[in-house]
Ligand binder design. Structure first.
Ligand SMILES: N[C@@H](CCC(=O)NCCCC(=O)O)C(=O)O
Length: 266
């Protein structure tokens, strides 16, 4: 059996009555079925901590990207500018889920909003509009290009720490140069890095582009870009999901092995 990989959902209004729905992009389902070689399980933005019920059944966890932003109260930040999308239902489910996944060694891959959540869950804070800060670049979704091109195109380079966990899983050319070109669809970014996170990649303006959890039992990494959009054509995007999927497979084997040992002892 393939590893069960949880995909965090957002809560979004749907239909004429704006009924709250739980949604995740199809790209995450495809990438779990593809290079991660898992069975995707959508995790609702239930507005409560479900970690004790979910974690024992999961072999991996993807914290998805989303246009919404982590509620600033979670990092003692100033209120968002009016009109900034939030999803407190999602925060209430994902923040404890991240902490539990790390504590129990469930492999975790955090993408864009997911990486921001990872930073906040572990005690970090966020800049809310990087483009307004002196000397920083505009990392937001360009409005003058068609969306498919924005998602699969390259917006800027990143410098990757030599011999880092990220560098080790990339293709040999990118590992060798320590450079990668990535897409960019975000306004927010790491301000204060959480004590347990180690930065492993940076944009030219110093924005943290990738992190890993120090001392994690299993794969626990975040990227500020979106490798899920172009994994069919981009070998480095694919490499991230191959490594994550391998960790999920190993977690499943260990989890089922432990269950068998416990059963045999009964
Ligand atoms: N809301 C945060 C996070 C941005 C993010 O995750 N964007 C996903 C966009 C997906 C898409 O449009 O394809 C921020 O703005 O920093």
């Amino acid at each position: 059996m393939r590893p069960l990989i949880g995909i965090s959902c957002c809560q979004k209004p749907f239909g004429v009555f704006g009924t709250p729905n739980h949604a995740a992009s199809d790209t995450y389902v495809r990438v779990v079925r593809g290079p991660a070689r898992g069975t995707p399980v959508l995790l609702p933005a239930a507005g409560e901590d479900l970690s004790a019920e979910l974690i024992p059944h999961l072999d991996g966890l993807i914290l998805t990207g989303s246009r919404s932003n982590v509620w600033p109260g979670h990092y003692d930040g100033p209120a968002h500018a009016e009109g900034t999308p939030e999803d407190q239902q999602r925060d209430a489910t994902t923040l404890p889920l991240i902490r539990a996944a790390i504590a129990q060694g469930v492999p975790l891959l955090a993408i864009c909003r997911g990486m921001q959540e990872l930073n906040v869950a572990l005690g970090g804070s966020l800049d809310q509009r990087i483009q307004d800060l002196p000397g920083r670049m505009d990392h937001s979704t360009p409005s003058d290009q068609p969306i498919p091109r924005v998602r699969t195109g390259k917006a800027h380079g990143v410098r990757i720490e030599k011999d880092s966990a990220l560098a080790r899983l990339l293709t040999p050319p990118s590992r060798g140069t320590g450079r990668l070109a990535v897409n960019s669809l975000h306004n927010q970014g790491v301000q204060r890095l959480a004590p347990r996170l180690v930065a492993e990649a940076w944009a030219p303006d110093g924005t943290v582009e990738a992190v890993r959890v120090d001392g994690a039992i299993s794969f626990a990494m975040g990227v500020q870009w979106h490798p899920e959009y172009d994994w069919e054509h981009d070998a480095d995007s694919r490499a991230i999901f191959l490594a994550f999927g391998a960790a999920c497979g190993a977690h499943r084997a260990a989890r089922l092995g432990q269950a068998e040992i416990a059963q045999a002892a009964e």
